[in-house]
Design a protein around this ligand. Structure first.
Ligand code: GDP
Ligand code: MG
Length: 296
């Protein structure tokens, strides 16, 4: 038995969430084209016959520009403490930049072994990867370098085998069937939020939130009541869309992913609610809507 904690770090949009999802084979971390959609550190847990790897997905380390960015950053640094290994993820199509340098400098201070994972190799010809490897090897003392495609699941098995060599523990931290420590409600709300952000692009800000309640019907189906919470009428209008097409499409896409996640038939009742300054009164709001807890 080998086990340990692994942190995935890198600039926004390099594919951290996508990688986590393809390793765990479940929709647990939100992925989108917009930077910084992952506001929470989500632990995905990989299990096989002789190992357990607990992954910490970070919001992407970057230089903070505002208060939210600063909080995200603190979470990202924090997630590096106490991990056995860091996967430093880059996008092969992007030039190595100040952002990467910033992250690597932080890693130099930490003494944790770092693997360089070069992602999105499906987007380039193979012979462009080697110069990239040479260039990056000069900047940092990576333990190993592994080219992958998180999306096409290329070399993911290799990556997992390599990670195992750096795990230092030999106990199982979590039950076999624990996929994420945030539970199903959180995963469901993240899926809905992902669809909202993907379908509405820049029009709807990241402050949109979701509340979900799962009502178990039987072993094969589940009813879900979900509210998308926004703080102004104009956003509600966008989310409903002309003749309700937007909310309908969000529902269709979300339901498909939730069914995959839960392995059951899903009945999804999705509504949009406007609550001014909901952040200040989230717990009251939960009560008012009849939810046992508030999941942002
Ligand atoms: P994060 O911000 O680092 O978590 O990045 P995401 O996982 O959200 O991915 C950002 C974008 O890159 C999404 O549109 C993904 O679909 C895309 N992406 C991630 N991995 C790959 C890959 O291996 N190949 C390609 N072509 N696209 C990818
Ligand atoms: Mg992400």
């Amino acid at each position: 038995m080998k086990s340990g904690f692994v942190s995935i770090v890198g600039r926004p949009n390099v594919g951290k969430s996508t990688l986590l999802n393809s390793i765990i084979n479940q929709k647990i971390a939100i992925t989108s084209n917009t930077a910084q959609t992952t506001r929470n550190i989500i632990q995905g847990i990989y299990n096989d016959d002789n190992s357990q790897i607990v992954f910490v997905d970070t919001p992407g380390i970057h230089k903070p520009h505002n208060k939210l960015g600063k909080i995200l950053n603190e979470q990202a640094y924090y997630s590096m403490d106490g991990v056995d290994l860091v996967l430093f993820l880059i996008d092969v199509t992007q030039e190595f930049g100040k952002g990467d340098e910033f992250v690597l400098n932080k890693l130099k201070e930490s003494n944790i072994p770092v693997l360089l994972v070069i992602n999105k190799i499906d987007k380039v010809k193979y012979d462009t990867i080697l110069p990239k490897i040479k260039q990056l090897n000069d900047v940092f003392d990576f333990k190993e370098i592994i080219p992958i495609s998180a999306m096409k699941k290329t070399n993911i098995d290799d990556l997992i085998q390599t990670i195992k060599n750096y795990l230092t523990d030999d106990i199982k931290y979590y039950d076999e069937d624990t996929i994420t420590n945030h539970g199903e409600k959180f995963s469901v709300s993240e899926i809905i939020r992902e669809k909202v952000l993907n379908l509405t692009h820049e029009e709807v800000p990241h402050s949109v939130s979701c509340m979900v309640d799962l009502i178990e019907e039987d072993k094969r189906s589940v009813s879900i009541n979900a509210f998308i919470i926004v703080d102004r009428e104009s956003l509600k209008k966008i989310l409903i869309g002309a003749k309700g097409t937007m909310i309908k499409n969000i529902g269709i896409l979300a339901r498909k992913d939730i069914e995959n996640l839960l392995g059951k038939k899903v009945y999804l009742d999705l509504k949009v609610k406007v609550v001014k300054n909901w952040r200040d009164k989230s717990s009251f709001l939960a009560q008012e809507l009849g939810f046992s807890d508030f999941i942002e």
